[in-house]
Design a binder for this molecule. Structure first.
Ligand code: UT7
Length: 333
């Protein structure tokens, strides 16, 4: 995909989740739902949620990046760019990336937030790899972070059972020794005509027809779960198939498929259709729920810390989400 004389290496990973656990039993107390329904339809048993008095996406994303820097033994001052993928940053301006870079001591690194919903971390990974390959950046901190609990209406059982809060981060660095290392194939796609399936309205007049009769809290996430499910169950498989076909890799060649933790049924459907073995698809949705842009980075960090990602491995990242967006990133680690 690139003829650059250098590659890109992942030199460290980190993640952060809030201490507070929200179990299905907790949700049973406030919603007309049941543990059985949630487990059967989503695979989720519990999720983490921030205490908004003391934490949020700024602290989660910052802590994940700090841990990734420590893991990489890279000083914050070595970063020349920070990309933070999120749809739940506390403020529209400044971006959380700016505040995080400053807080950790990475000034004057470039810093911006990237909005691609649950696809955000994979988008950010692709952008960072491309910028390093262009020769314009050398060390980039990539973060995916969402605190969906801050954007969920806990009276709405169709979304509140699904989402949790998390951040995952990696440090990418130019690799002068291995031109073949880094992202060997990537896709980033969107179809904005489907935006109504998953949206966070800021003004009443933006509420689409299908949702207009429903009780809606402005600022809270709205989702047509069935529509998104229908889209995702096919797209997820297609994106993985495309990544394998275009790179010429087989399932056997890939050490890990790092998948957005959307719903266990969506992941299982892709695994069955493509014959992906259990040991190659890390699942943590049971304990962390769907953490939007946080989920892929959190999965990767758990694999990385468990030594399940080794130099030379082929790793496929894949995600989809609001927009609707979808993305893949195939790495030779
Ligand atoms: O990551 C970003 C993208 N988001 C996703 O990937 C989410 C994709 N969608 C989904 O994961 C699923 O659509 C949900 C988990 C959100 C919902 O599961 P579903 O199997 O699609 O349920 P449904 O919306 O078709 O609803 C089935 C029934 C309905 O009752 P009726 O109409 O059949 O009587 C709902 O009212 O289940 C009911 N229901 C619930 N019952 C108990 C919906 N939510 C709940 C609930 N507890 N929390």
């Amino acid at each position: 995909m690139s003829s650059a004389a250098f590659g890109v290496k992942i030199v460290g990973a980190g993640s952060a989740v809030p201490d507070r656990v929200l179990t299905n039993a907790d949700l049973e107390k406030i919603l007309d739902t049941s543990n059985d329904w949630i487990v059967q339809r989503t695979g989720i048993h519990e999720r983490r949620v921030v205490d908004q008095n003391i934490e949020g996406t700024f602290t989660l994303a910052r802590d994940a990046l700090r841990r990734a820097l420590d893991d990489a033994k890279v000083q914050p001052s070595e970063l020349d760019l920070v990309i933070n993928a999120s749809v739940t940053a506390e403020m529209r301006c400044p971006s959380n990336a700016c505040r995080i870079a400053s807080d950790l001591g990475a000034v004057p690194a470039g810093a911006f937030d990237l909005v691609a919903a649950c696809s955000g971390f994979v988008y950010a990974l692709n952008v960072a790899d491309s910028l390093i390959r262009s020769g314009r950046h050398r060390t980039v901190g990539v973060i995916g972070c969402d605190a969906m609990s801050t954007a969920v209406d806990y009276e709405d059982r169709s979304v509140s059972i699904l989402f949790g809060d998390a951040a995952g981060s990696v440090i990418l660095q130019r690799d002068d020794e291995r031109p073949g290392a880094g992202c060997i194939y990537q896709t980033m796609n969107a179809d904005g005509s489907t935006w109504e399936s998953l949206y966070m309205p800021e003004r009443g007049h933006e509420i689409p027809e299908w949702d207009s009769a429903n009780p809606i809290k402005i600022g809270c996430l709205r989702m047509n779960g069935r529509e998104v499910y229908r889209f995702a169950v096919t797209k997820f498989r297609e994106v993985i198939e495309d990544a394998l076909t275009k790179t010429g890799l087989t399932v056997d060649d890939v050490s890990q498929f790092v998948c957005h933790q959307s719903n266990i049924r969506i992941i299982n459907a892709a695994m069955e259709k493509l014959g992906l073995p259990e040991e190659k698809v890390h699942i943590n949705i049971d304990r962390f729920g769907n953490s939007s842009a946080g989920s892929v980075g959190l999965c990767f960090d758990q694999l990385w810390q468990a030594d399940k990602i080794r130099p030379g491995d082929a790793v496929v990242f894949v995600a989809f989400g609001g927009g609707l967006t979808w993305a893949s990133s195939v790495w030779r680690v």
